[in-house]
Design a protein around this ligand. Structure first.
Ligand code: ADE
Length: 245
């Protein structure tokens, strides 16, 4: 999986993704990260990349030329047979979720376009963007953090990145359920004990308890997810018994 990021702040992306699991995935060659500074493609003598908006209004708009040339440089490097997806980070896009992460994890190359200021000239967006994506209903100062969020979520789905395949599968959002609570040593912390069942060594009972905890959490915190979840007859009976439906 090769991530290409068009941005005015490449160091933000490089630094943010170079540690922990994403950093290790790069060291292992499971992913690559290639940041491109849009400013390097300015033809202006002051390396300016933004300009006043036609029609007036507050703020500046990123000019189409540097963005287009930066994109072309990346496309030439990829030279893939099929068109590489170009994700534009914008609060006006489709809202990112685990399902989209799973779809994008199947791609070999992905190009992310990060805007700043009041946005990017619409003409170049129309020409190159395939997928406008938002990471949630709030407005950030630029697309860099959203691109990092997406790259992180996609990277952990790349085979070999997490040492344990099961952990990517069982956790939060698999089956549209939130993850059950986790505990580690000590057995008693400030007079609070670990739930008895987890010490029982009885895997059937443990799995059952975890499933119930997932159902309780999802019903209480994210009832919207429960509507899409694949529930068994036993799950439905449990929710009814707990008065959670
Ligand atoms: N740029 C600014 N805000 C954003 C958001 N919420 N999602 C994606 N890109 C953005």
């Amino acid at each position: 999986m090769n991530f290409h990021v068009l941005t005015l702040f490449p160091e933000m992306i490089d630094t943010g993704l170079s540690t922990s699991i994403t950093g290790r995935a790069m060291e292992k060659g499971l992913i690559s990260l290639h940041t491109v500074n849009i400013r390097d493609y300015s033809k202006n003598k002051h390396n300016q990349v933004d300009d006043y908006p036609y029609g007036g209004g507050a703020g500046m708009v990123m000019a189409p030329g540097p963005v287009y040339r930066a994109y072309n440089a990346v496309e030439e490097k990829i030279h893939s047979k099929k068109k590489t997806k170009v994700i534009y980070l914008t609060p006006q896009g489709k809202v990112f979720n685990q399902k989209i992460a799973e779809e994008l994890a199947k791609e070999e190359d992905l190009i992310f376009l990060c805007g700043h200021y009041e946005g990017i000239d619409e003409r170049v967006l129309d020409m190159i963007v395939t997928d406008p994506i938002s990471i949630g209903d709030y407005v950030l100062t630029g697309g860099e953090l959203p691109a990092m969020v997406m790259i992180d979520a996609i990277t952990r789905l790349v085979p070999g990145v997490l040492n344990n395949k099961a952990s990517a599968e069982i956790e939060t959002f698999h089956d549209n359920l939130l993850e059950y609570p986790q505990y580690t040593r000590p057995e008693t912390f400030m007079d609070l004990s670990v739930p008895e069942v987890l010490l029982s060594g009885h895997h059937g009972k443990i799995n059952n308890w975890r499933r119930e905890q997932s159902l309780i959490r999802t019903a209480k915190m994210r009832p919207d997810l429960l509507e899409e979840a694949k529930l068994t007859q036993k799950d439905l009976e449990f929710l009814k018994k707990e008065k959670l439906t």
